[in-house]
Design a protein around this ligand. Structure first.
Ligand code: SF4
Length: 337
């Protein structure tokens, strides 16, 4: 077991974990809400270091990150566990594993080996993904340090519930993040995701931007739960105030886990919400999980020229030259190297 980063010792062998905004106070022998951090006699340990439950080489577009090293491969890893309990989690078998089975699973896979395999696979980045990387923070940060030394970038695919202290540690190591902004309603976050508060997610997004992390956002639109156009407008306004160049991915829901009684999102709803984002002044708004939709492409925010044509996660055409639109010369916000 690895001693945890970011915790405080309290009286009577208790500790407080300061990694995510739940800030669990744990007495001796107790596990955190995430199920993967345990207080043993006044010392907090990560139970998932370095135990990978899933690994794969993915296109960076799958994260989704459309404006960060486009067309490259990301070496992706995850451990079991999550601090959220989303009723529609696509990866619930691994994210909820510690709580469902009361144990930890995973292959011993140390940071040095992760980086070695990422290099061998020709990946330009390592993505900490599939489950919530915040809860395997020590593993991710230690791997990220070695990756940096080898010219590999690091990416979090996250629910954005880490503390400001955690973001301070990420700065300079984690280059990009796709943050799930699941809703703009506290009631949604509380009921659907397990006692979560929206405010902390918004603060993380703003602070990551402040710290120089490239940020893209994803919102999965679930019929009857967060498909309200007024709510979409509020999300768009928040993004605009934070930075209109933040790419926003509007994703189509398919029934899964505990929400199998809800039908898939109508494509029209996803397209309408994309238009709401564009009308609010956002420069890059995408549709997700709608294969072949024109919302998968990147257009020049000034003249509307088609710049990057995609089919799913594949780039079919890229006409951006020197980070600019070839037609009107507008600078396109993108991290190339
Ligand atoms: S990371 Fe886990 S233990 Fe720490 S505060 Fe969050 S839920 Fe609690």
């Amino acid at each position: 077991m690895k001693e945890a980063y970011l915790y405080k010792k309290l009286d009577n062998n208790s500790v407080q974990c300061n990694l995510c905004s739940f800030r669990c106070k744990l007495s001796d022998g107790q596990n955190g809400i995430c199920g993967v951090r345990k207080n043993e006699k006044g010392t907090l340990y990560s139970l998932v270091y370095p135990k990978t439950i899933a690994k794969a080489v993915d296109p960076i577009e799958k994260k989704p990150l459309f404006h960060f090293l486009p067309g490259t491969k990301a070496f992706s890893i995850a451990t079991v566990g999550c601090n959220f309990k989303c009723l529609y989690c696509q990866n619930w078998e691994i994210s909820q594993y510690p709580l469902e089975y009361d144990k930890i699973a995973g292959e011993y896979y140390p940071p040095e080996k992760v980086v070695e395999d990422a290099l061998a696979a020709g990946c330009k980045s390592i993505a900490y993904t599939y489950t919530e990387p915040t809860i395997f923070f020590e593993y991710a940060i230690d791997t990220a340090k070695i990756a940096k030394g080898n010219g590999i970038r690091n990416v979090f695919v996250t629910n954005g519930y880490m503390t400001m202290e955690a973001i301070d540690m990420m700065a300079g190591l984690i280059d990009a993040a796709n943050v799930d902004l699941k809703s703009f309603s506290n009631a949604f976050y509380s009921k659907i995701c397990g006692g979560v508060r929206l405010k902390h997610v918004l603060e993380s997004i703003e602070y990551m931007k402040e710290k120089g992390i490239w940020v893209e956002l994803t919102t999965l639109i679930i019929p009857g739960l967060n498909d309200n156009y007024d709510e979409a407008k509020k999300i768009a306004e928040f993004i605009y105030q934070t930075d209109p160049s933040i790419p926003w991915h509007i994703s189509r829901f398919y029934p899964t886990y505990k929400l199998t009684n809800i039908p898939p999102t109508p494509v029209q709803t996803v397209e309408d919400i994309r238009q709401i984002g564009l009308s609010a002044g956002l420069k890059y708004v995408y549709t997700g999980n709608v294969l072949g939709n024109e919302g998968e492409n990147t257009y020049c925010p000034k003249c509307g020229e088609l710049l990057i044509s995609r089919f799913g996660f594949e780039i079919k055409l890229n006409s951006i030259k020197n980070s600019k639109c070839p037609k009107c010369g507008e600078k396109i916000d993108m991290v190339w190297s």
